[in-house]
Design a protein around this ligand. Structure first.
Ligand code: IMP
Ligand code: MG
Length: 190
């Protein structure tokens, strides 16, 4: 994949990318997920842990659809990627030394691919001895559940094993702000 020239607008950059999931479809699905999540935690108070940066829009939209009593925390996972952008190692960074001991944790993340990020977050949280950890992940790539060795509790969409951008997901830190999700194909400048 080749970088587009700096300053080229996003619509032009995404000209050769296929629209996979529209912003409207994302919002509809999030509302459905929220019903399931509220039901799973009825009568409880939860700690929502958002994984930066990719989960930022999903986290924001999902938590505003939830009615369960909740507290919000963040982790960031520093990932090191190879030339095909697969995550080769993942190291969690917790911003504040938040306490989840004996509490119900809902981790919110953008996408499950090889599961390195999820493993890093899980290890970091399990060390703090929560009562439970559940996962809400917007996108799960084909084969990711097998690769990662776990199935998220709440899944937005299952997609082909392809590189996607938009709605928080980036390519070289770009396109996170795009409201829809695209199967990314770098447009070649003339
Ligand atoms: P994993 O650790 O291999 O499961 O990869 C998950 C992380 O890699 C996600 O949280 C994203 O930050 C990033 N990632 C994986 N696949 C994609 C993609 O298709 N587009 C953008 N980022 C991705
Ligand atoms: Mg991420």
């Amino acid at each position: 994949m080749k970088e587009s020239p700096v300053g080229q607008d996003q619509a032009t950059c995404l000209l050769h990318s296929e629209l996979l999931i529209s912003g409207e479809a994302i919002q509809r699905r999030i509302a459905e997920m929220a019903v399931h999540i509220d039901r799973a935690y009825r009568g409880r108070r939860i700690v929502v842990v958002g994984v930066l940066k990719g989960a930022v829009h999903f986290l924001s939209d999902l938590t505003r659809c939830l009615s369960v009593d909740q507290r919000l925390e963040f982790v960031r996972v520093a990932t090191y990627k190879n030339s095909t952008h697969a995550v080769v190692s993942a190291r969690p960074e917790v911003f504040s030394d938040f306490d989840v001991t004996g509490q119900d944790v809902l981790v919110v993340d953008d996408i499950l691919d090889h599961g390195q990020t999820a493993r890093a977050v899980r290890d970091c949280l399990e060390a703090r001895q929560p009562r439970s950890i559940r996962w809400a992940i917007l996108l799960v790539k084909d084969g990711a559940i097998e690769r990662a060795g776990f199935r998220p509790d709440f899944i937005g969409f299952e997609i082909h094993d392809t590189f996607v951008v938009g709605y928080g997901l980036d390519y070289c830190e770009r396109y996170r702000n795009v409201p829809d999700i695209y199967a990314f194909e770098e447009s070649q400048p003339d």
